[in-house]
Design a protein around this ligand. Structure first.
Ligand SMILES: Cc1ncc(COP(=O)(O)O)c(C=O)c1O
Length: 391
């Protein structure tokens, strides 16, 4: 049979044509190379908590395994975990959800992936505040929708509604709303959350809320947009155990939504991972039992690091706003180069200070680099010293 008339089947699905890999990996490799060559690297490029997973959580994993809680669980998550999350959502996020409105996912990333796939059609537009967490634009493109960038600082300065209005098209279906933000550390205020909510209601849009850093707010308050009047029905909220409990490698998070979104996301989980490992879910129940002191103590430690790094950067001459949340600082590096990739390369090669170029987080991040201050205070001081020598 003639095959010349049709394209070869030996090609990747077109849906993935526009989906990229993050160049954060390139930086990670370069850091490993330097270390392998015996060089000291001042590592500010990561996105992991500085502390280890609390012992009680690890013990709960061992116990669950010993007790043979190792069989298939319901693909949406075990009942005790979903029940504990209902309480957490009510008490800490002001969200009234039922257990059926909670879905356990393989980290926050999987919750977001399912959310975008449940909401966006090919050809849809999705608004996202920028600079943004790198994978988001690719997740949106993976649904064959179009990411539409909302410059966060312009929106905050000139008005969120006006800025969103200028960028909204007849194809707009959703707003990706991340607070506290990676990479800028911006925490949207309650008034700003209300404005975004009002806009979503007026324009009949969904909101995909990313609350990965909900427990890391130093100035102001964390407002879950789904808790605002009329928003629970049009919001999918994505959460993770990664940052609050130092469980990045465990890969566990959850999505919260009403119908019809929940059924759609359940299908996505069922046919992708068929759920999260059962014993990990039992360990996550234990995480939710940790006393609120856990978060308070960590927050105080992060605050100390934030101040050490940001004050140091400003003293050296890298203009840096004090971030209100998360564990990143996002200083300007235009004194080194307007091209943040060049500036980050210079910092790495000349001072062995590893950061992430702001351009990786969208063109609105250009002229900046991202430092994570999730490390020891001593490591921050040593990194600052290396920068001082450079300038
Ligand atoms: C803004 C933001 N959202 C979501 C995540 C997802 O984290 P995970 O998939 O580890 O839960 C991250 C991780 O870095 C993040 O920075």
């Amino acid at each position: 049979m003639a095959t010349s008339a049709r394209e070869s089947a030996l090609r990747v699905a077109k849906r993935l044509d526009e989906v990229g890999f993050s160049d954060i990996v390139v930086i990670r490799n370069k850091v490993m190379e330097l270390r392998a060559a015996g060089q000291t690297v001042h590592a500010f490029h990561g996105g992991e908590p500085f502390f280890e997973t609390p012992d009680a959580i690890k013990q709960a994993l061992y116990a669950a395994t010993e007790e043979n809680k190792t069989r298939y669980a319901p693909s949406s998550g075990i009942a005790p975990l979903r029940a504990a999350l209902v309480d957490k959502l009510r008490e800490r996020n002001g969200i009234e959800a039922t257990a059926d409105e909670v879905l356990i996912t393989v980290g926050g990333a999987h919750a977001l992936y399912c959310a975008f796939h449940a909401v966006l059609d090919p050809g849809s537009d999705c608004l996202l505040f920028s600079p943004y967490w790198t994978p988001i634009a690719d997740m949106i493109r993976g649904t064959e929708a179009r990411p539409v960038y909302v410059p966060t600082s312009t929106a905050r300065r000139s008005g969120i509604t006006t800025t969103l209005e200028q960028l909204t098209t007849p194809e707009t279906r959703a707003i990706y709303y991340n607070t506290p933000q990676n990479p800028s550390g911006v925490v949207f205020t309650r008034a700003e959350a209300e404005e975004v909510a009002q806009f979503a209601k007026q324009h009949d849009l969904m909101v995909i809320a990313d609350e990965a850093y909900e427990d890391l707010v130093y100035d102001g308050e964390h407002v879950s947009i789904a808790s605002l009047p009329g928003m629970a029905e049009r919001t999918i909220s994505a959460y993770t155990f990664s940052k609050s409990y130092a469980m990045t490698g465990w890969r566990i998070g959850y999505a919260v939504a009403q119908e019809p979104w929940m059924t759609a996301m359940r299908k996505l989980v069922l046919y992708s991972t068929n759920g999260v490992p059962t014993m990990l879910q039992w360990a996550a129940v234990e995480a939710l039992r940790l006393s609120p002191d856990h978060h308070q103590k960590r927050l105080a430690e992060y605050r100390e690091r934030r101040e050490a790094l940001v004050e140091g950067l400003n003293t050296i001459g890298f203009d840096c706003e004090m971030p209100a949340g998360a564990f990143y600082a996002f200083p300007s590096v235009t004194r080194l180069s307007n091209d943040s990739r060049k500036a980050a390369a210079m910092l790495l090669e000349k001072a062995h200070v590893a950061t992430i170029p702001g351009a990786v987080f969208g063109s609105q991040g250009e002229g900046h680099v991202r430092f994570s201050y999730s490390t020891t205070v001593a490591a921050i001081q040593q990194g600052l010293e290396a920068l001082r020598r450079l300038t």
